[in-house]
Design a protein around this ligand. Structure first.
Ligand code: ADP
Ligand code: MG
Length: 582
């Protein structure tokens, strides 16, 4: 089978497909559409992002529902508002010749009454995020008791985001004999459990290998010191002048910071994360789609819905907590048959994660070097030369040509070219001429010993059992306020009125900066570096536990040193060398 016609789609849909310019079905479409059209069955479909899953369930659903009825017959659940809107949009495009079709989006952050009105008009298909859908059901603003087809799109992601209960709740309001079609990029245990508990003998299709990354994406990693992350990011951007990229950070705060620094440094960048208002997020996405923003810095959750097709690079500024998430990130590029590169900026302490990711995506990373200053100057120069060469002459200039010619009367073509290009070249050259090599080797010094304490910092904090903490709650508290990942705070030991904890050294600046002036429940929470390594060989445990341990630790701490470091070091130091890039 090779055409949409062969798959059994009707003329209304085929017409829309022609309008959309889809020439032939993608693999998941080729496999799923005939099954869904020909039988009333449940289905589990595993396929990477960007493989055309929306149409794989969208076409059959549109063909099977009755547009002459105003009953809600199809329900599509998706993890985020952005995705929900995208699917709604696509469904409307696919169904533009299906007369009477009404597709309604239901998602948080917008008026629930407006959405209820839309539904009431007779929406045959509802595309919803789980949270708002549950809300609407409990307020009786929707009736899904006659649903015939339900789709769980990006099921792995929905479960990842904690929607399991909402989904269970929503499905309990739908008829038992409906068909459920589950689409997912990966198949973790939780998704398998959903398939088992909510579906009846689902047919299964897999495109590519389970959990395998897109064929069109190549994977690269760059090993640098954690403090050089930001410099490395800039070089990667400078070495790719036509970059159109999503840059992933782990926390909202880092996302915001990296974006702000890029903007200050003259890049066309924007931030996308959950602390922004819906309106701000929409604005950023619009600019990104229009390519007014070249570098979109995003959190995993906020970026979930992005289906921009021309993304050239995904840059992992930090690796995600869950390595499975890497697949979702890299799937933002290499879409719709194009090729893309997924780059990881990695510090020594994380480099072992690369191996785990390779096992999951079943592809090898290429270890690459951050380009040096002169390489970047060369790339920029040649890129400009090509741009100039390919530029169409704007004849509005003719009027001024005489004056310009006069100015350059004594300049030869050779000289003129040199001068012209120096304008751009000198800017990069001045910035990069004294730049250092950012690459480090994985085998230098003893950093391979990941269990060693030498790479973690032990801190003293002036809260303890008296303040109601045990090790778990203190760990949670620290992780939350510092916006850290699951394993970032460790060796937490809680004493009566003080405690100790560890983080990797690379988080030290961040931790100290955060507690520089931090009040909780009305009192200052003080954190200092403790000389004590904690659980280490040098009897750390005993010393921690000793009365007066606090004073010991203070005496030995490098508090003074770290204080002065806070102000002018860290990954963003020296990050403002130039402006006016574009
Ligand atoms: P997924 O849900 O698998 O991530 P989408 O359904 O969002 O993928 O599709 C990715 C992109 O590919 C969209 O822009 C979509 O319009 C386009 N697309 C889908 N099917 C085809 C096709 N058969 N031919 C060309 N482009 C397609
Ligand atoms: Mg999709």
């Amino acid at each position: 089978m090779s055409t949409f016609q062969d798959l059994g789609l009707n003329d209304d849909l085929l017409q829309a497909i022609t309008d959309l310019g889809f020439e032939k079905p993608s693999e998941v479409q080729e496999k799923a559409i005939p099954i869904l059209l020909e039988s009333e069955t449940d289905l589990v479909a595993l396929a990477q992002t960007g493989t055309g899953k929306t149409a794989a369930f969208g076409f059959p659903m549109l063909q099977k529902i009755d547009v002459n009825s105003r009953t809600t017959q199809g329900l599509i659940l998706s993890p985020t508002r952005e995705l929900c809107l995208q699917i709604t949009n696509e469904m409307k495009l696919y169904g533009k010749y299906c007369k009477g079709l009404n597709v309604t989006a239901i998602y948080g952050g917008a008026s629930i009454t407006d959405q209820a009105k839309q539904v009431k008009k007779g929406a045959q298909v509802i595309v919803a995020t789980p949270g708002r859908m549950k809300d609407m059901i409990s307020r009786r603003l929707v009736d899904i008791s006659k649903i015939e087809y339900s789709v769980l799109d990006e099921a792995d992601e929905m479960l990842n985001m904690g929607f399991k209960e909402d989904i269970t709740n929503i499905l309990s309001h739908t008829p038992d004999d409906k068909n459920t079609w589950l689409f997912s990029a990966t198949m973790p245990k939780e998704v398998a459990a959903i398939a088992k508990n909510f579906m009846h003998n689902p047919q299964e299709i897999t495109v590519g290998h389970k959990n395998e990354g897109s064929k069109n994406v190549s994977h690269e990693y760059y090993l640098v010191n954690a403090r050089d992350r930001y410099q490395a990011l800039k070089r990667l951007a400078d070495a790719n002048p036509d970059i159109f990229s999503v840059i992933f950070c782990r926390t909202k705060r880092d996302t915001q910071k990296v974006a702000e620094h890029l903007i200050e440094d003259g890049y066309s960048a924007g931030a996308l994360h959950g602390d922004l208002s819906q309106n701000q997020r929409d604005l950023v996405m619009t600019s990104f789609r229009k390519k007014q923003i070249q570098m979109l810095v995003a959190t995993d959750v906020a970026a979930r819905g992005i289906d921009v097709d021309d993304i050239t690079h995904v840059i992992n500024y930090q690796l995600p907590d869950e390595i499975e998430t890497y697949n979702h990130r890299s799937g933002r590029t290499g879409r719709a048959g194009k090729t893309g590169v997924s780059m990881v900026i990695v510090s020594k302490s994380e480099v072992r994660k690369i191996k785990s990711i390779e096992r999951i995506i079943k592809k090898q990373f290429e270890k690459k070097e951050i380009p040096n200053g002169m390489q970047i100057c060369e790339v920029q120069l040649m890129s400009l030369a090509n741009k100039v060469h390919n530029t169409e002459v704007n004849h509005e200039i003719d009027t001024y040509l005489e004056n310009i010619n006069q100015l350059f009367e004594d300049t030869t073509k050779d000289e003129l070219i040199k001068k012209f290009f120096s304008v751009e070249f000198t800017r990069f050259y001045n910035y990069y001429q004294k730049s250092k090599d950012l690459n480090i080797s994985a085998s230098s010094d003893n950093d391979r010993d990941y269990s060693s304490n030498s790479k973690s910092t032990r801190y003293f904090i002036n809260v303890g059992k008296k303040d109601g903490y045990d090790w778990m709650s203190l760990k949670d508290f620290l992780k939350e306020i510092l916006e850290l990942g699951r394993d970032d705070v460790f060796k937490v030991e809680v004493k009566d009125s003080f405690s100790f904890f560890n983080t990797e050294n690379e988080l030290k600046e961040k931790v100290l900066a955060f507690f520089n002036d931090f009040k909780h429940n009305g009192r200052f929470v003080n954190v200092e570096v403790s000389e004590n390594r904690g659980g280490g060989r040098r009897g750390g445990k005993r010393r921690d536990g000793r009365n007066g341990g606090r004073r010991d630790d203070r005496k030995n701490s490098n508090y003074g040193k770290s204080k002065s470091r806070r102000s002018n070091s860290g990954e963003f130091a020296n990050s403002r060398p130039r402006r006016s890039r574009r």
